[in-house]
Design a protein. Structure first.
Lengths: 207, 207
DNA sequence: TAGATTGTTAATCGATTAACAATC
DNA sequence: TAGATTGTTAATCGATTAACAATC
């Protein structure tokens, strides 16, 4: 098996599986099946088995999957069997919420640097971090060898921030600004636009 | 034409198109083409034309699309040619950031109610809103005829909150808690899990 | 053993792309 | 008119599902 040529859409489902497995573990469960997992996630059992088969054989006929084992395998596959230091750009309401969020560390990430363009915010303490100025971004990101960043600035500023992050060596960007970013092909970008999700749903609501 | 049987994946791209068109308008542009739009979004021009063709004919051969016109059409199609009142459950860091966010109203939404289970938070003023208790949820949502809600509570509480929202008549839920919700088929749910996006990207980063 | 469930193959289904006549 | 670009059809591509032998 191995990882070559796994469809991106399959990779995107692995974190969902991982999330569900962790939850099952919390609930004290030891084994699960593709059927049960699928039921829980609204995904067909065939799809789950097919997805996992890209990476190896993790189950046993008759008994299904040992949850803790499969969880560990998925962590390795997704490279979250470690802790990725992250940078956050933008110390407004969203940036603050991100900096305070307790949910990153249990899942492989930790905010290690926080930047803002507003001099009034620079130096401010947010959680365990101090807000740094934008002209410290490249040095600090290189110093900590940060490869993952989140953008939480207004849409107008996002592209320029992305440029600086890429320049500093960041390879994965989670962008909260409602704008599509242009980045070199070796840099990964994912988008979070709550309003886009809302609009997707209102399409189906009665006019 | 018409809206019957449009693939959900197509509907999901319309907000992205709408977002880009608004941006182009802001930049003072009057016309665009499927080619230009696709370039900007990293989508093929054929796909954009095909997507739009599900809903009607909005362009002109030779000149492309009048941006303001197409924007208005997409707004109508997505039902965001109005303002949807929204409820937010959870007044922690994330709920606060949501309540403060200025980006909803220009795109068809407005937070009109904010709830929290913690008595210490009830009554607190956040932006223009006052935090309400959970036992006021159903009455308030019905009173304001709210159909759209966002969940910003810990994973453990999310399913129960979803149940209450559904009970109150909510038809669309944007869930920030990292857990898959079980809801009746007539209720729409979208998920925002930043960590899942991050894990999706670290898969591609060097081990 | 009998029952359950995997991993995988083949069939189906659906989405994307290429190509082009129509036409502004 | 010549050039550009649409909307649509047909071809291609890829993802999902059904089915089942293998086996715990």
């Amino acid at each position: 098996m191995g990882k070559q040529n796994v469809p991106d859409i399959v990779v995107g489902r692995l974190p969902i599986y991982l999330r569900a497995l962790n939850r099952m573990l919390q609930e004290g469960q030891e084994y699960t099946s593709s059927h049960e997992l699928g039921e829980r996630l609204g995904i067909s059992s065939a799809q789950i088995r097919k997805d996992l088969s890209h990476f190896g054989e993790f189950g046993k006929q008759g008994t299904g999957y040992h949850i803790a084992y499969l969880r560990d395998q998925l962590r390795q596959i997704l490279h979250v069997d470690r802790e990725w230091p992250m940078a956050v750009v933008g110390a407004g309401d969203l940036g603050r919420a991100i900096a305070h969020y307790k949910g990153f560390t249990p899942r492989g990430f930790r905010v290690m640097a926080l930047f803002d363009a507003d001099p009034a915010r620079v130096g401010e303490r947010i959680g365990a971090l101090r807000v740094l100025a934008m002209d410290e971004l490249e040095r600090e990101i290189k110093r900590q060898n940060i490869k993952v960043a989140m953008i939480a600035v207004p849409a107008e500023a996002a592209q320029e921030v992305a440029n600086q992050l890429v320049q500093a060596g960041v390879r994965a960007i989670l962008n909260y600004a409602p704008i599509t970013l242009a980045v070199p092909p070796e840099v990964h970008v994912q988008y979070i636009d709550p309003v886009a999700h809302l609009q997707h749903m209102t399409y189906y609501l009665d006019a």
